[in-house]
Unconditional design. Structure first.
Length: 182
């Protein structure tokens, strides 16, 4: 069975975007970007909320000369994508389908049938997956900034036991923490 992995770049106080919706403070440098690319390689399917999809779909047509950018674009284009949205009419990327509602049983079947791991992107969608007991692994990149509020990386009221699997400190002050859901 494949794992469902939630990854997020967050402020030290736990937000993926500040109260104004800005997340420019979370832009990874080359070292972090290369690491994120490597973590993304095993993911055959990405489950995305609408807002996360709107951010990431730029990789569909990105034609950047920088090797790290080109590498991530290839990872994006090579993965299947499921976008959960009630309003998106049609996807703007290949290998993409739209689902109107998050169905935990359908995701459970995807995990059972998948040959490669699945990634869940976007904190609201991840919250649904956490509450349904579907998330197997949590990858947090904590940025050296406190934003004071905004869009939380993790859902309120969620209680889980976690086992630390890995950690890494980057030169720019970002700290990576990888946990398995116990």
């Amino acid at each position: 069975m494949a794992k469902l992995v939630y990854s997020a770049i967050a402020s030290l106080d736990g937000y993926v975007a500040d109260e104004e919706g800005k997340w420019d403070w979370s832009m990874p440098d080359e070292e972090v970007h290369a690491f994120v690319n490597d973590l993304s390689r095993p993911h055959g399917t990405w489950l995305l909320g609408r807002r996360m999809y709107d951010v990431l779909v730029a990789w569909e047509t990105m034609d950047d000369e920088a090797p790290l950018m080109r590498d991530f674009a290839e990872l994006w284009r090579g993965a299947d994508k499921v976008v959960y949205s009630r309003t998106l009419e049609a996807p703007s990327s290949a290998r993409t389908r739209i689902e109107r509602e998050f169905d935990p049983e359908a995701v459970r079947r995807m995990k059972d049938e998948a040959e490669r791991d699945l990634a869940v992107g976007g904190p609201e969608l991840a919250a649904q997956a956490f509450r349904a007991g579907l998330v197997d692994e949590l990858q947090l990149f904590l940025s050296p900034v406190i934003v004071g509020g905004g869009n939380a990386a993790l859902p309120d009221g969620l209680k889980l036991s976690l086992e630390l699997q890995d950690e890494r400190r980057f030169g720019n002050g970002v700290v990576y923490l990888n946990y398995r859901v116990a």
